[in-house]
Design a protein around this ligand. Structure first.
Ligand code: PRX
Length: 647
């Protein structure tokens, strides 16, 4: 969506009250929690902080020097200790922490005690490889327990991790390793993908050809494919673990010590390293996870995200494990070996809470109800979504066919930067509206403002902003505090700009419409237009490129690219595929454009700025918006005709 399209009409919506049965057992049953937090948010967060075990107490809840925040000042804690050690005193030590389902149907259960042992051993392995407190470690792994083990081992010794999604290319990995100046990379020989193998180690080797900082590579054997092991640099995980001691005390970390860096796309070609610290982040994810997912000891909680994204960090690893939950982790895709794979897993493990993305739900809708109908989904009691706006039709389908009209749906709005869910229903008390992420979490202050930063009245739309600091907020952009200030805090002084457009309705419910900046949300994954453009321009035949997000039935948005070629380039058959492949090679398959259109010129303002909103209008087949600033009006007319022919 473009900045110009904030005006979207509200549909008549039906309210869904939490079912009585659910309400009566919910972790949060009193709406008083909202008022209580609104009256004293610092007090509210201080009470939430009591969920954690601190080595030393904090002296002040919040130190706010806009836009730099410190939470739980002076407090000392360790994230891995909170996720593991403190559960070992009582019966929880024998509780399943991670229930792993492999793509091939292989299964593995790690109790809290098992996980504690493996994490401690691996922390010692990292130490033996020279990793010290403060050193960065890049993790490039499939969805296997070792991904969580590696993250927690880093946290245990105070080495910030940077997890890079396994679908990213060697070049994307290289940039992220280099930006973080990682000392160690943890990868696997390969990862399973619909029965074939993606060569992760070979990608890592390619990435490492051009960086100097990495001293060692730890390789988990997952697929058994042949890999080259570089003498002195590379070590096998299983060999290193054989003799590693299981005794590794958790390092006391300052509340503001860095827990991790996570790269995300922004409006320039260079991904931003979002920095999260320890205390506030752990408080935020633990409290939200417990209250939003209504987590109980006996739940089997399944978040289908990949650990490579923030959802995996906050709601597969840190939040759930700090709450002592049983987390299901699935390695594969929803359609392998069959399209009922998710429902087979729900049935097999009696999953009670399912947290997934709208894009997956729309895919299931397309496949039809016969797949979920063929499985026993009666164990489910709560559903969640995240990553992009959910259309009411998909919400209703999920509610009916997966939740069997019994389960509340928590539509959770948040970002890599926010670290924790910011808007969501609390499932025992908040009435639901299909398509709305409902209201801010207690203690969170979200608003819709106009272009001057003034709050808009109920019933209208504008920019989604966050008014006050929150505990899990990003602290900076790694190595680039100026970018932190300019990206998030400069549009309006002292207000955090989310990059999203939203409306709020007469009931004060929020409706997030999508990005208003140059970020495309493909299947819930953020891709910067500038990143795809620079990948295209990197191809020798391309002179200039402009990318936009185009509405897509399943993915939410798809990348469409408008490309001008260099003089004399002759477009041969297969060239479009070559260009698409080039983008996938540079960034990863998730950024592959769906459509590429060639044009002699791109529409620009007189000062030379590409007018993407006109490209969006063309791609969506809409009437063109204001064209008065266009340098050459002929360009868009030609493009429009061409697009109508080819599109
Ligand atoms: O546009 C919003 C959309 O995803 C963006 C954040 O993307 P990312 O940092 O990759 O994190 C995704 C997982 C937290 C937001 O700016 N978004 C996320 N959740 C929702 C959403 N849009 C509408 N409704 C949501 N529930």
């Amino acid at each position: 969506m473009g900045e110009e399209q904030l005006e979207v009409l509200f549909e008549e919506t039906r309210l869904f009250q939490p079912p009585e049965e659910f309400r009566a057992q919910a972790n949060v049953q009193s709406a008083g929690v909202y008022e209580e937090a609104a009256a004293d948010s610092a007090g509210f967060w201080a009470r939430q902080a009591e969920r954690l075990t601190w080595f030393e107490p904090w002296s002040k809840v919040l130190e706010w020097n806009p836009p730099f925040a410190q939470w739980f000042v002076g407090g000392k804690l360790n994230a891995a200790y909170n996720c593991l050690d403190r559960h070992l005193d009582g019966w929880r030590r024998n509780k399943a922490a991670i229930v792993f389902e492999g793509e091939k149907g292989d299964s593995r259960v790690l109790t809290y005690q098992d996980l504690h042992r493996e994490v401690s051993q691996f922390a010692n392995v990292l130490k033996s490889l020279g990793v010290q407190k403060g050193d960065r470690v890049t993790i490039y792994l499939p969805m296997i327990p070792e991904a969580a083990i590696a993250m927690l081992a880093c946290a245990r010794i105070g080495a910030p991790h940077s997890v890079v999604f396994g679908g990213f290319s060697a070049e994307a990995l290289r940039d992220r390793i280099d930006d973080a100046q990682a000392k160690v990379v943890i990868t696997s020989d390969g990862s399973f993908r619909r029965g074939s193998v993606v060569p992760l180690k070979a990608n890592a080797d390619n990435a490492l050809k051009q960086v100097q900082c990495v001293e060692h590579v730890v390789v988990v054997k997952r697929t058994g494919i042949d890999v080259e092991m570089q003498d002195g640099r590379d070590v096998w995980y299983h060999e290193a673990m054989e003799n590693a001691s299981a005794n590794c005390p958790a390092e006391p970390m300052d509340a503001e010590d860095m827990l991790y860096i996570l790269y995300t796309s922004g409006t320039t070609g260079k991904p931003k390293g979002v920095v999260h610290t320890t205390g506030g982040y752990m408080v935020g994810v633990t409290a939200t996870h417990q209250m939003i997912f209504d987590i109980k000891e006996e739940d089997v909680y399944w978040c289908t995200a990949d650990v490579g994204w923030v959802t995996g960090h906050s709601y597969i690893v840190y939040g759930p494990l700090a709450n002592g939950a049983t987390v299901l982790m699935y390695e594969g895709t929803p359609d392998y070996p069959n399209k009922d794979r998710f429902w087979q897993i729900v049935e097999k493990y009696r999953v009670t809470i399912l947290y997934t993305a709208p894009t997956a739900i729309r895919t299931f809708m397309k496949w039809g109800t016969k797949y979920p109908e063929s499985r026993d989904l009666s164990s489910l009691r709560l559903l969640g979504t995240v990553g992009e706006p959910i259309n009411p039709e998909a919400w209703m389908w999920y509610y009916k066919n997966i939740g069997l009209e019994r389960c509340p749906i928590v539509d959770t709005w948040w970002q890599t930067e926010t670290g924790m869910v910011m808007m969501t229903p609390l499932p025992g008390i908040t009435a639901l509206k299909p398509g709305s992420a409902t209201v801010p979490f207690p203690g969170v202050n979200v608003e819709v403002v106009d272009k001057d930063g003034q709050p808009v009245p109920k019933g209208s739309g504008g920019y989604l902003v966050i008014r006050e600091p929150w505990p899990a907020m990003l602290r900076t952009v790694y190595g680039d505090p100026d970018r932190y200030v300019s990206t998030y805090w400069s549009r309006w002084q002292g207000i955090y700009f989310t990059g999203d457009g939203a409306k709020w309705d007469e009931d004060g419910y929020f409706w997030v419409m999508g990005r208003v900046d140059d970020v495309i949300n493909v299947s819930g994954h953020r891709i910067g237009t500038a990143e795809v453009e620079s990948a295209l321009v990197d191809h020798p035949a391309v002179a200039e490129a402009a990318c936009i997000g185009k509405t897509h039935e399943v993915k939410g948005q798809a990348v469409a690219a408008f490309v001008t070629l260099k003089e004399g380039v002759d477009v041969q058959a297969g060239f479009v595929d070559e260009l698409k492949g080039h983008v996938a090679k540079k960034i990863g398959a998730l950024a592959r454009p769906d459509d590429i259109f060639f044009t002699a010129e791109l529409p620009k303002t007189r000062s030379g700025k590409i007018m993407r909103r006109l490209l969006r209008d063309i791609a969506e087949g809409r009437a063109l918006g204001d064209t008065t600033t266009l340098a050459d009006a002929g360009v868009v007319n030609q493009l429009k005709e061409k697009y109508a022919d080819e599109g």
